[in-house]
Design a protein around this ligand. Structure first.
Ligand SMILES: Cc1cc2nc3c(=O)[nH]c(=O)nc-3n(C[C@H](O)[C@H](O)[C@H](O)COP(=O)(O)O)c2cc1C
Length: 193
């Protein structure tokens, strides 16, 4: 039976969701934070948004640098999400404390994590407050991906955030249901009439 809440202080009922590591560099100093609130907005131009609380140090850095990277990880690297997602760059220099290795972006001054299965280099094209977070819209100017990982175009064990400091992954479950299958389904419905 469905229960109904008119309001909930926090709502995570739509999780799990991929977690991304937001990276940014300003004045030669890098910072990283975990983010589960992000989404693809457009193919042309390629736009991707991430929602960042104004309390985050990352918010200050991106405001200054006008650019960020979004780094997606494999499940095995879940500890990095916890490490950068439960500490602030105001208290520690995460790159050093957590020994974070990255390359320089090709198009932008953003960090590209060596452990990322894919990384989007994003230039900020819009920034707007929504409630208690700020939505940064980035135009993707470059995509890095591990071609060994993306076999057959799928990412079987991308790191997902399940909420409450729990991490999971897709465990290889794969169902194909596209245009052909939908057409077959509609045809079978017609045939049974
Ligand atoms: C898995 C996970 C997901 C998170 N998602 C977000 C998010 O989408 N937006 C956000 O503002 N903070 C999010 N956080 C919290 C920030 O990562 C956290 O506050 C971090 O310490 C900020 O670091 P900073 O102060 O160095 O920017 C998340 C934390 C975790 C662990």
């Amino acid at each position: 039976m469905h229960k109904f809440l008119e309001r909930s202080e926090k709502y995570y009922f739509h999780y799990p969701f991929p977690v991304t590591i937001v990276g940014a560099i300003h004045d030669g100093r890098s910072n990283f934070m975990a983010a589960a609130w992000h989404m693809q907005l457009s193919f042309d131009p390629p736009l991707y948004a991430v929602s960042i609380s104004p309390k985050r140090y990352t918010n200050e850095i991106i405001r200054e640098s006008g650019a960020f990277s979004l780094n997606f990880l494999q499940f095995d690297d879940y500890k990095l999400a916890g490490l950068v997602g439960r500490t602030s760059g105001r208290q520690c220099y995460k790159e050093e404390v957590f020994d974070i290795k990255y390359d320089a972006g090709v198009k932008l001054n953003v960090p590209v994590l060596k452990s990322a299965i894919c990384c989007y280099e994003c230039k900020v094209v819009d920034r707007r407050a929504y409630g208690d977070h700020v939505l940064y819209v980035g135009e993707i100017l470059g995509i890095h991906y591990d071609s060994d990982y993306y076999k057959d175009g799928i990412s079987p064990d991308m790191l997902l955030y399940a909420g409450n400091d729990m991490y999971t992954h897709a465990e290889g479950a794969l169902a194909i249901f596209g245009k052909t299958e939908v057409e077959d389904f509609l045809k079978s419905k017609k045939d049974t009439k």
